[in-house]
Design a protein around this ligand. Sequence first.
Ligand code: DQA
Length: 144
Amino acid sequence: KRILLVNGPNLNLLGTREPEIYGSDTLVDVERLVVRVAKEYGIDVRAVQSNHEGVIIDAIHEARHDCSAIIINPGGLTHTSVVLRDALAGVPLPFAEIHLSNVFAREEFRHHSFVSALAEFVITGAGIQGYEFAVRRIAALLAR
Ligand code: DQA
């Protein structure tokens, strides 16, 4: 089994980007954590980060051929992208929506997500640990 891990725009800057909001862990730390935890369950990970919406859409489409689930932190696309929503709706894979920060404790424009209603579950404000929990929960869902 394989999980597609998607990190959207600006998440390549993790660790140096507004660390008071997003913490000091880097994208490499996030990807390593997800790979390590998934391995506990015998699950592989394909990790993609892109600042380009179309690259993310293509990765989601590709996942339908060889992945069982998606973990996605769409970054700012969460609040703007009908295209992302349509891609996730168009691929029959369960997905988890993750945010490092608690989007509901922040600006109003971050309170709406185009993808939450389609997600299996949403984790917001748990930092990098949110990704760990997402892997464990997805492993449990896939084992059913
Ligand atoms: C984020 C929250 C979004 O509002 C923001 O645009 C991001 C990161 C998070 O992980 O907390 O880029 O998805």
